[in-house]
Design a protein around this ligand. Structure first.
Ligand code: ZN
Length: 321
């Protein structure tokens, strides 16, 4: 998606323009960092997590007031706020409003035009309180560790996995074993001040700990019953696994448990964001856009869906493919 503002185009989490905003380091948002010769607007943390801290030319726009607001999704995730001649635009990127163990919830500023992510845009997608989910996960993990089992928790390697490490530290007083791609992101979190006590796999310390029951943080694909069965054969010990994802509310996983712990806003948070930012015009993108736009219109908002290929023009509040 592209925003045209003051005669300049900016690609929003894409690479279709020379100027590109990268909201955060998840792989489906960083195409502009892989492209050659782009001017990039992104946080330092995003560049570090994505491994592109060098050779980036910073984006500057004459006459347009640009702000990056915290989006509360993962370390360094930002929203883009642009203002020209008193008209303001916000692109949320992926966001959540709740504070987590590693990330503060999103900032909300008033705007005229809002481009909002819609991952959980259906009314049934409402998460329990985050602290409650933490407690449930910790209790389940503790019970299994006390029974001598190996406990595997699965979450995305950037963001969720670090939150799970912190959960293990604070709720269980355990330093978990982490996979190497998770360790890479943990090191960046620490570089930016988030302390994470963990043990990288394939180190002597990890080998020693893995002779007994232990807790490990892995990517979601590895948190499956089939992987657990393999480990049971290797370690001759019971192995249990759980997945942490907002989709746990809707889908069954091939795991012993799944917990609705998400880095995205649920349906109520999406509505809260809209109410507090009080936009004149709303565009819904990424996810359950049709449902969210229709729910917003039912409440009297001027809301519609917008495709990823669209061009938005701030001064006209119009868009076209
Ligand atoms: Zn994301």
């Amino acid at each position: 998606m592209n925003l045209d503002i003051g005669g300049t185009g900016i690609a929003l989490d894409g690479c279709g323009r020379m100027n590109c905003f990268v909201s955060h380091a998840h792989s489906d948002h960083v195409a502009a960092l892989r492209a050659v010769g782009k001017s990039i607007l992104a946080s330092e943390e995003t560049l570090a997590l994505a491994g592109y801290s060098n050779n980036i030319s910073p984006l500057k726009l004459d006459g347009v007031k640009i702000q990056l607001l915290n989006s509360g999704h993962i370390l360094g995730s930002k929203q883009l706020r642009a203002e020209l001649d008193g008209e303001s635009f916000v692109y949320t990127g992926d966001f959540k409003l709740q504070d987590s163990l590693t990330t503060k919830g999103a900032d909300i500023e008033k705007c005229d035009v809002l481009l909002i992510e819609s991952t959980y845009g259906s009314p049934e997608m409402v998460f329990p309180e985050r602290d409650f989910v933490y407690s449930c996960m910790a209790k389940w993990a503790k019970n299994n560790l006390e029974r001598g089992a190996i406990v595997i928790l699965g979450g995305y390697s950037i963001g969720k996995a670090q939150e799970l490490v912190k959960l293990a530290n604070e709720y269980l007083d355990v330093a978990p074993i982490v996979e190497s791609n998770i360790e890479k992101a943990c090191a960046v979190y620490e570089q930016f001040g988030v302390k994470l006590d963990r043990i990288p796999v394939r180190t002597d310390e990890a080998e020693e700990i893995m002779k007994h029951e232990f807790l490990s943080i892995v990517t979601p694909a590895s948190a499956s019953r089939s992987f657990c069965s393999k480990l049971e054969g290797i370690y001759n010990r019971k192995v249990v696994c759980a997945v942490a994802s907002g989709w746990a509310l809707r889908y069954a996983y091939s795991a012993d448990r799944s917990f609705p712990l998400s880095d995205h806003a649920d349906f109520n948070q999406l509505f809260e964001y809209v109410e507090r930012s009080s936009p004149k015009k709303i565009y819904c993108t990424h996810g359950e856009t049709v449902r969210l736009a229709s729910e917003l219109r039912r409440k009297g908002y001027d809301a519609k869906t917008i495709s990823k290929a669209s061009q938005m023009t701030l001064d006209e509040f119009s868009e076209g493919d």
